[in-house]
Ligand binder design. Structure first.
Ligand SMILES: Cc1cc2nc3c(=O)[nH]c(=O)nc-3n(C[C@H](O)[C@H](O)[C@H](O)COP(=O)(O)OP(=O)(O)OC[C@H]3O[C@@H](n4cnc5c(N)ncnc54)[C@H](O)[C@@H]3O)c2cc1C
Length: 352
């Protein structure tokens, strides 16, 4: 059986960047992902807006990573139209996101993982057991591998979190994001942020991407999300949004931080979580790339420092966790209908 120093579960934005940084430190690493990230066409993909925020751009810049052109898609969006479906208020704000093809972005990041990292793609982790020598990881092809250290970068539904950190309750609320992709219509060239407290206490979005137009909204997991989504579409059409043919329906679990964020790191320095698996995602906008990258960088730095890696990771994620707390406060204000009404009515920061 193969024995590794570190097994990184998940090669999304967090796992790819972390594998890339840890590989430079001389560890024997395996990165495992259920997606076929080494061949085409993609068999599984993550429902995502694929918008790269200025914060995420800043981390990529600090890593001296530039984006190849083929990751970017039409159109690049400079403004967001905020619509409150309840009050009918609408305002334009300036934004600096990059519009990307999420699948291509992930594959670009995977391509940066050095060759000395073993890639096990199209491989789903089904179970994990531990003993005094480390962890045994069981995969869906009836194989297993052993590792001294396991790192969960396996997103919202993380199996590493369920198996290794079951005792540590997350301060998050579970939401389910529904996204429908339509054929592009020339009438829909804007990026919209949509609020409607009768449908959700979280956000909705709509934007053009590479000849398509996506509309999405995140609902509390226990609510009637599908029925509310149908009402959202009706309301948008009533407001004058003309939609092309429906091409695709997709969805994803979304963890929304709602309390003091935790650090998932075993005291014996053998198991860690990073990225969305640890609940590191913006509770106000669901922006997750910057948190995935920042936590990956913090964990790689914690390993580099050596000694008590868990303690290092705790220190190095302090800024990120404070930022999350500030965003929780921001979300409470932003999703408060009266506060939002005042901000929109006073045109604070609005360009139109
Ligand atoms: C609808 C939607 C829209 C979003 N839009 C944006 C946006 O526009 N901009 C933004 O910044 N953020 C956005 N986010 C958030 C963003 O997608 C996440 O925060 C980000 O992808 C987190 O990166 P990650 O690497 O931590 O996890 P993920 O990207 O979820 O990667 C996890 C990886 O682990 C793999 N995996 C999971 N379980 C297993 C297993 N058992 N075995 C093997 N592999 C496994 C998965 O295949 C995946 O590749 C959006 C989220 C949703 C749901």
């Amino acid at each position: 059986m193969d024995l590794y120093d570190i097994a990184v579960i998940g090669a999304g934005p967090c796992g790819s960047v972390l594998s890339m940084l840890l590989a430079k430190q001389g560890y024997k690493i395996a990165v495992i992902d259920k997606r076929n990230l080494d061949c085409l066409p993609p068999t599984r993909s993550k429902a995502c807006g694929g918008l790269l925020s200025p914060d995420a751009q800043r981390v990529l810049a600090s890593l001296e990573l530039n984006l190849p052109n083929n990751v970017l898609v039409d159109p690049q969006l400079f403004s967001v139209v905020t619509i409150d479906l309840e009050t009918g208020l609408q305002r334009h704000y300036q934004r600096f996101y990059l519009n990307m093809d999420r699948e291509k972005f992930d594959r670009y990041l995977v391509s940066l993982i050095p060759d000395n990292v073993v890639r096990l793609f199209s491989t789903m982790v089904k179970d994990i057991s531990s003993d005094s020598s480390g962890y045994q990881i069981f995969t869906d092809d009836n194989k297993s591998l052993k590792t001294k250290i396991i790192i969960g970068c396996d997103g919202a539904g993380s199996i590493v979190r369920k198996k290794m950190f079951n005792d540590l309750k997350m301060n998050v609320k579970n939401y389910y994001a529904i996204q429908h992709v339509y054929e592009y219509s020339k009438y829909n060239s804007n990026y919209y942020a949509i609020f409607d407290k009768n449908l959700t206490d979280y956000s909705g979005w709509a934007f053009p991407k590479n000849g398509t137009f996506s509309i999405g909204m995140a609902f509390k997991q226990e609510s009637e999300g599908n029925s509310f989504f149908d009402i959202l579409i009706e309301k948008l059409e009533k407001k004058g949004m003309k939609l092309g043919k429906l091409i695709k329906k997709e969805g994803a679990l979304l963890l929304r931080p709602c309390g003091i964020p935790k650090v998932y790191a075993k005291k014996d320095n053998t198991a860690f979580l990073a990225g969305e698996a640890a609940g590191y995602i913006s509770p106000s906008s669901a922006e997750g790339f910057s948190f995935a990258f920042n936590s990956a960088c913090a964990l790689a730095e914690a390993f580099k420092k050596g000694g008590n890696i868990s303690k290092n990771y705790c220190k190095l994620t302090l800024k990120l966790r404070i930022k999350l707390i500030l965003k929780i406060i921001k979300a409470r204000l932003m999703y408060n209908q009266y506060v939002r009404k005042i901000i929109m009515a006073l045109k604070i920061n609005a360009i139109r």
